[in-house]
Design a protein around this ligand. Structure first.
Ligand code: CTP
Ligand code: CA
Length: 217
């Protein structure tokens, strides 16, 4: 089994010294890479800037990228040959329209940046997914969580979507623990307790293996 995983944030440059980014650390994606490798998979881990060390398992191949465009290029190259796609990255939705060649100097009292939309990696690849391929996405919502997650699952052609809870202390960005619910195409919901991201990764791998077997047979 070949698995491709996007992880971490993306950094979108503004000038040679500044970027737009987000608080993702990559912990969930890296834990999933380790868990899939432990389950016997060959893993292609495509990571935005992260302080985490490369997973030690020899079956994990790490590709480091910075921007959403670079992450898309790496994911698009690996996706056709992968059996399972996991989109765990917190991809910047927009990037600066212009990247200044020199450091932007402080001038007026306000500064307006023009941003343009980035490629949606999951949605774009989702439309190329073959029947035997299996896609897992993540969603972080603060209102109408289940409905929004379900909408993303269909729009991006996921087989499962992992809904991150922000309501629970200890869940989400930067934490070692996470609390999630997993939705499938039939609208069925599996809810997990708050647990270590490494443990949750093992549970998610188990769930993917079971569901994928059901899809294939
Ligand atoms: N995703 C992606 N490429 C993007 C944006 C999101 O691959 N440019 C993936 C994420 O990795 C995640 C899923 O799509 O698996 C949902 O990301 P999310 O940010 O929740 O969804 P958006 O479609 O960007 O919607 P919004 O941020 O407006 O809620
Ligand atoms: Ca987004």
């Amino acid at each position: 089994m070949r698995v491709i995983i996007t992880a971490g944030p993306t950094y979108e440059p503004l000038d040679p010294v500044r970027f737009l980014g987000n608080r993702s650390t990559g912990k969930m994606g890296y834990a999933l890479a380790a868990a899939f490798a432990a389950a016997g998979a060959q893993v292609d881990l495509i990571s935005g800037p992260s302080a985490l060390p490369a997973p030690a398992h020899p079956a994990v191949q790490l590709t480091r990228v910075e921007t959403a465009a670079e992450m898309y290029a790496a994911a698009a190259a690996g996706a056709p040959a992968a059996d399972v796609w996991v989109f765990a990255a917190a991809v910047a939705d927009y990037r600066p329209a212009h990247v200044a060649a020199e450091k932007i100097k402080k001038a007026g009292d306000t500064l307006t940046l023009e941003l343009v939309k980035n490629v949606d990696i999951a949605a774009t690849l989702g439309h190329t997914k073959r029947a035997e391929q299996f896609a897992v996405g993540f969603a972080l919502e603060t209102t109408n969580e289940l409905a929004h997650a379900q909408e993303k699952l269909h729009r991006k052609n996921f087989d499962l979507v992992v809904l991150n809870s922000l309501r629970d202390a200890g869940a989400g960005f930067g934490h070692d623990t996470n609390k999630v619910s997993v939705l499938d195409r039939a609208g069925q919901v599996v809810t997990f307790e708050l647990m270590a991201k490494t443990d949750l990764a093992g549970e998610l791998v188990r769930l993917v293996l079971v569901r994928r077997a059901a899809v294939i047979t």
